[in-house]
Design a protein. Structure first.
Ligand code: NAP
Length: 293
């Protein structure tokens, strides 16, 4: 397939680009800077200049492709306003791409998070929460999935809280960054809340399988570890950085505080059984041993 990818220079996207190219697909990838264009070219993809706000570029990129994988996101969690702007930008971008693919049966694979379900592992059948700081992203994903009834083979790959590679990435990566700045490896609440995780190279395989195989309107879980206690994550970070490990106030994490404090383990049983996906790379706690002081 000739695949249009957004976010192809990111932690997950760069692994997805490599996975696609290694499995006989060609890739055109959105590039919003010279540096990103160069990185994509070196990876073997064709850069396509534009950003998520450039709806003409998105329309053209999608029109020329056999399928689209969307991974770009502003990831600006510095304030509720910045987060809301990133959510709105992604929503318009995906509406534009989706419209271009109507009545074509071409795949549109988007990304979201695994939902929290009190007291048990969440599954692919659980709905995404539409409240909270990233509830708008869930509504965007639902709009994409609804395109299934309008001739788009739309699907969503739900990512766990931490997608990691070489000890970096995701919410665990944010904990590491905050620990370096504050000189404390902190965690909110009592730290027994669990976050699921996956290695980026395993997640990339799932994106390819979903692009190739997923029926329209379906959700999948890229879950490698079902749930690592946040205290255990902070303990590895603290040991690697030589810092004390302590509980800290939830507002240390700004708009993400409530999400950081939530117990949200998740399962990928249906994804593994249906698509034959099997993670093979390091678990999060193993990968965090790559953190360098
Ligand atoms: N990492 C995780 O643990 C995790 C967990 C759950 C969900 N997710 C979601 O998965 C997706 C990818 O995550 P990631 O960790 O790979 O992100 P990342 O490493 O921060 O990369 C973000 C990508 O999006 C691009 N981008 C950002 N804003 C853009 C804009 N306005 N226009 C065009 N491109 C833009 C970046 O391009 P540049 O290289 O030019 O900056 C980069 O390629 C995101 O939607 C994220 O929310 C990630």
């Amino acid at each position: 397939m000739h695949v249009f990818v957004t976010g192809g220079t990111g932690l997950i996207g760069s692994a997805v680009v490599a996975e696609l190219l290694g499995n006989g697909h060609t890739v055109v990838a959105l590039a919003r800077s010279d540096a990103s264009a160069l990185a994509l070219k070196s990876a073997g993809a064709e850069p396509f200049r534009g950003d998520l706000a450039d709806l003409d570029a998105l329309r053209t990129g999608a029109a020329q492709a056999d399928g689209v994988i969307h991974l770009a996101f502003g990831n600006d969690f510095s304030s509720p306003g910045a987060l809301a702007r990133a959510v709105a930008e992604e929503s318009s971008a995906l509406a534009t791409v989706g419209e271009e693919l109507l009545n074509s049966d071409r795949p549109l694979v988007t990304v979201s998070g695994t939902p929290p379900v009190p007291g048990r592992l969440s599954t692919e059948a659980d709905p995404l929460p539409t409240d909270g700081p990233v509830g708008g992203r869930s509504r965007t994903v639902m709009a994409v999935l609804n395109l299934a009834s309008r001739g788009v083979r739309s699907s969503a790959v739900r990512m766990p809280r931490t997608v990691h590679n070489e000890g970096k990435g995701g919410f665990a990566g944010m904990l590491t960054g905050i620990a370096r700045r504050t000189r404390v490896s902190g965690y909110p609440a009592d730290g027994t809340q669990r976050w699921p995780a996956v290695h980026a190279l395993d997640a990339a395989v799932l994106f390819r399988l979903v692009l190739e195989l997923a029926p329209a309107g379906t959700c999948w879980h890229a879950v490698g570890d079902e749930g690592d206690a946040v205290r255990d994550i902070a303990a590895v970070i603290g040991r690697r950085l030589g810092l004390p490990v302590e509980t800290v106030p939830q507002d240390t994490y700004g708009p993400l505080g409530p999400i950081f404090a939530t117990d949200q383990p998740a399962s990928s049983t249906r994804t593994r059984e249906t698509l034959g996906w099997e993670p093979t790379h390091l678990s999060l706690l193993e990968d965090l041993e790559n953190i360098q002081p």
